[in-house]
Design a protein around this ligand. Structure first.
Ligand code: NAP
Length: 490
């Protein structure tokens, strides 16, 4: 049974398009729940194709005026949205924790990245320079200008429900595009709270629009409506493939931020204590539900036992619970389906010969009764045949593998279909550079697990995606280059 949390009322937010709030046209709703205790967080409109079409109409109508504003004027709007987020910092962070489950300090970090993205892209779009090209012909001038792509459709996942909105909307709006955004079902209340912030900041109507509800119907409108010129998707590789196929029909531009299977390599010359702390922080971030999370941890044979013992100690000491409670370092998984998937992967690894050093089960006790909690887990001697070697775990399971040589571990690290992020720990600078260059991933952390910033390009290669979010590259995703060739009487 679902029930309301003791101190928080059930919100009833509405979709937001054309600058106003709307229930679903069909009147249907669904509920989102708090994964820490199963209580209802919000009743959300369950929209579909008709709602999405109205939102697209609004974005199309808003585009000419928004794209005609100066970049400086658009920047002022984005700064105002950032100001509203700052003034509602606690309220939004708390809602992220209630609906998604991550501890409050992680939710606050997510909100900060949202604010940084708005402010940085507002300013960066003022530098979207074109160029005057030296011409090989006399009597002609060649000039290239940057123009917004047009109306964009965005689809985001539940694991980063606030920052993901701004990783897309900040560069898109700064570039002069307008947008319709569909959040994940599980975290729709966070998205609709953010929608309120855009209205409070008095962003012109239709510049950004939020539609909640049936994913396939809304996604289909994005794919089939010719007025949508670009689709920006973050989520699983499976749904990414589906959208890519659909986008091919109208040759729409796409950005794809997809799944990961990050290798983490601890060489024998690493700072062992610091590396263990970093690996634990990365592995248990958002209860392991991060696309850049540590999926395969390769440890040099000579330090393997020490690393396994250190991780076991940190996992055992970790405070798990409702993310709003003091001192909690890890919250629940997003739902029980996610717990079952982790259970399946751990059972398969054990069947293949892996040892459970700690965890390997749901959290027990009265604090965990109605929540989807899985214990911080360390598995050792994981064989390559285990499914979690090839699949994204998306749970708090540290899977340790042994290696002895650099070439061997590079082949293992690169031997999967994904290529989002990788991490290496070594005090040898030559090795750090050599290995970073040979890893087939879009991002590499060297003795560092914090690889995201508004200023830096984020994204993957291979089945992990196309394009980049963040940095100058993130703005390029929302700009077209136009050549203007002019006859000039010299
Ligand atoms: P998902 O199942 O692919 O869902 C992502 C989004 O797609 C949700 O909004 C979902 O809506 C929507 N969706 C589902 N079916 C659709 C369809 N047929 N047409 C259009 N949209 C559809 O992924 P998830 O489980 O939410 O998120 C976890 C995945 O995201 C992991 O693989 C993770 O690695 C990846 N991720 C990648 C990055 C990155 O930057 N590379 C960042 C974060 C997460 P509903 O929720 O309503 O079903």
């Amino acid at each position: 049974m679902t029930q309301t949390g003791a101190n928080d009322s059930v919100a009833e937010p509405l979709m937001m398009y054309a600058g106003a709030f709307h229930p679903a046209i069909g009147g249907e709703t669904f509920t989102s729940t708090n994964p820490a205790d199963g209580s209802v967080v919000a009743r959300i409109p369950f929209g579909g194709a008709e709602d999405a079409k109205r939102a697209v109409d609004a974005a199309v109508e808003a585009f000419p005026a928004w794209s005609a504003l100066t970049a400086a004027a658009r920047a002022r709007h984005l700064h105002r949205v950032a100001d509203v987020l700052e003034s509602r910092r606690d309220e939004i962070a708390r809602l992220i924790t209630r609906e998604e489950g991550k501890p409050l300090h992680e939710a606050q970090g997510e909100l900060q990245l949202s604010i940084d993205s708005l402010r940085w892209y507002g300013e960066e779009a003022r530098r979207a320079y074109g160029s005057w090209i030296p011409d090989p012909l006399p009597g002609r001038r060649l000039l290239s200008v940057r123009q917004p792509v047009g109306v964009c459709g965005a689809i985001i996942p539940w694991n980063v429900p606030c920052a993901m909105i701004f990783r897309k909307a900040a560069p898109a709006l700064a570039a002069g595009c307008t947008m319709v955004l569909k959040p994940a079902e599980a975290t729709s209340a966070v998205a609709l709270k953010v929608a309120e912030a855009f209205v409070e900041a008095e962003l012109p109507a239709g510049v950004i629009n939020f539609v909640t509800g049936k994913a396939s119907a809304i996604g289909n409108v994005f794919l089939t409506d010719e007025r949508i010129r670009k689709i920006s998707f973050t989520g699983s590789t499976e749904i990414g493939r589906l959208l890519l196929k659909g986008a091919a029909e109208q040759i729409k531009r796409v950005s794809m931020e997809l799944g990961g299977n990050a290798p983490v390599i601890l060489f024998e010359d690493c700072d062992i204590e610091a590396s263990i702390r970093a690996v634990a922080a990365l592995k248990y971030l958002n209860a392991g539900q991060a696309c850049i999370g540590a999926n395969r941890i390769y440890v040099h044979d000579s330090i393997y036992d020490e690393v396994a013992e250190g991780l076991e100690k940190l996992a055992t000491a970790m405070k798990v619970g409702d993310g709003t409670a003091d001192g909690v370092r890890m919250g629940p998984l997003v739902d029980f389906k996610a717990v079952e998937k982790v259970e399946e992967l751990v059972a398969d690894a054990v069947k293949c010969g892996a040892q459970i050093r700690v965890g390997g089960c749901r959290m027990q006790g009265p604090d965990y009764e109605n929540g989807s909690f899985y214990a911080p887990t360390v598995l050792t001697d994981v064989p390559a045949s285990a499914r979690l070697n090839r699949e994204e775990i998306f749970g708090p399971v540290a899977a340790l593998y042994r290696f002895t040589a650099e070439d061997e571990v590079l082949a293992l690290a690169n031997g999967v279909e994904y290529g989002l992020s990788a991490y290496i720990f070594t005090e040898n600078m030559d090795r750090a550079i050599r290995v970073s260059e040979r890893l087939e991933t879009g991002m590499v952390g060297v003795n560092e697990i914090r690889i995201g910033a508004a200023e830096a390009p984020f994204g993957g290669v291979k089945a992990s995606g196309l394009g980049r979010e963040g940095g100058r590259e993130g703005l390029d995703e929302y700009l077209e280059t136009k050549l203007i060739a002019m006859r000039v009487k010299d």
